[in-house]
Ligand binder design. Sequence first.
Ligand code: F0G
Length: 473
Amino acid sequence: MISHPPEPFRIKMVEPITLLDRKARESAMQRAGYNLFGLRSEEIFIDLLTDSGVCAMSHKQWSAMLEGDEAYAGARSYFRLAEVIQDIFDFPYFLPTHQGRAAEHILTTCLIKPGQYVPSNMHFDTTEANIRARGGNPVNCIIDEAYISNLYHPFKGNLDCLKLREFIQRVGAENIPFGMITVTNNAGGGQPVSLENLRAVSQIYKEFCIPFFIDACRFAENAYFIKLREPEYAGKSILEICSEMFALADGMIMSAKKDGLVNIGGFLAMRDKSLFEQASNELILHEGFPTYGGLAGRDLEAIAIGLREVLEEDYLSYRLGQTNYLAEKLLEKGIPIIEPAGAHAIYINAGMLLPHIPKEHFPGQALAVELYLEGGIRTGEIGSLAFAYPDPQTNKMVHPRLELVRLAIPRRVYTQSHLDYVVEVLSRTAAKSETIQGMELIYAPKLLRHFTAKLTPIQNSIVYNGKSLNAVG
Ligand code: F0G
């Protein structure tokens, strides 16, 4: 077996990228307020900010787009997509949305009352924010192993069933309008969830009559991990595994910008007719008529093809092989990452790499800024900048347990030599880690602050007793 299968495609169209010189990178970063979301795309050499909406589409997807039916209602493209969704996920009702968070918005608006709770293995930032925006409380019940970054567990995205059961009994099932699970677990290292765990979680939600929704952005990558790591599924096709996964749920939310292999799109699917009717009204209010939901007909065509292409095993083995390649090279250089590698990204343990920077000074953001300055690489912070929040009782900041920097790999975009370059820049950065300074916030909105926050490096920072102190303030 080939350990890192080569790309199962050839490149037909190219987009030039250039590396700006160090001085230009420094002034770009300053202008962006030390927030990588503030950079312009041309200022970046390798963009690993996200794997979302940045994939390369296939020739079949591009040609299907020409067949897009742009009718306001009843478009042919809608029915094509409906057939594919039926085949893979088999929910009786679905609604297209312009992306995943629109599906989250609709679901949370329809179901959550202020003060209620929504458990999951781990919510991602937009899901968490949508729940909070409706006055709800997102609750993470991930297994403890997920927090030990160098511990091997085949399904580190699993939800801890004991924690879930205790939580439901503590707050009462009537205060939980629905429960979730995210596959793969993006906020915790892109780690998969086993079918055994999905079954057990579904059983608990059923027992308490709590509707169960899967956040399915990376469902195919998760299904491939099941095939590789859960022996009874070794002989099953990805489609068969998906059928088993989704048969356990009452519905799903999907950002097609990931495993839909498209640049825009999403959907919401469910079994319950009255929820579908309520969600359709919300959709019409915010997104569009239920047969297009905020997308063009051509987008629906591209999703319909992408959802089938993503199930191909040569694609999935190349995809997981590529991430694994990056993980192996980084580990060889002694860079701490979440192990084992997930499918869509590598997560560097910035807290471990920069122990002199306390959580309040954003070690993940400091590392992400440095990677851009060192080599024009854009990554994303998944730590205190994105996930710390004020405790509603004490107003003290509650920090996430891990301070991570995510290197998300766009689908079908970068080659192995791009990844070799990333390894080189990371090892140069790690070699001078003690010189990297913490960051301070100068502006931040209340919700989803990492997207628009402005920061500044802590000037004249001195290292004392393993803590970074601001010598000025
Ligand atoms: N759920 C998960 C697990 C996600 O990773 C994302 C997006 C969403 C929901 C929302 O989907 O972007 O289409 O609105 N994650 C992207 C990322 C943004 O970079 O991980 P969306």
